[in-house]
Design a protein around this ligand. Structure first.
Ligand code: FES
Length: 102
């Protein structure tokens, strides 16, 4: 095993799990679109080396999806909509744009 420090200052885990049997799931509630929008924002602002937006499997709060976890800090967002993205961006991503690469 090799242990090392994560290269990312911020990691967002967006549940994109699809439950084909018709049960509530983040994917059917638009999580793929949310993830794509966050990834696009990160890329547009040149943060790809510092921020990772990853797909997550089921986080076990399916009825409250879409669910997004943010680390460090461990913030958990549920029932996220497109309208919530600006506030998530302002809180977690925008501050990194103003900071020089550390
Ligand atoms: S499908 Fe997203 S938490 Fe279960």
């Amino acid at each position: 095993m090799i242990e090392k420090k994560t290269p990312y200052e911020l990691q967002l885990f967006v549940c994109t799990n699809l439950r084909p049997e018709g049960r509530a799931c983040c994917s059917l509630r638009g999580s793929d679109r949310l993830r794509d929008a966050l990834k696009d924002w990160v890329k547009k602002h040149g943060l790809q080396q510092r921020v990772r937006v990853s797909k997550a499997g089921c986080l076990d709060l399916c009825e409250q999806g879409p669910n997004i976890m943010v680390f460090p800090g461990g913030t958990w967002y549920s029932d996220v909509t497109d309208a919530d993205l600006p506030s998530i961006i302002e809180r977690h991503l925008r501050p990194l744009v103003a900071e020089p690469l550390g």
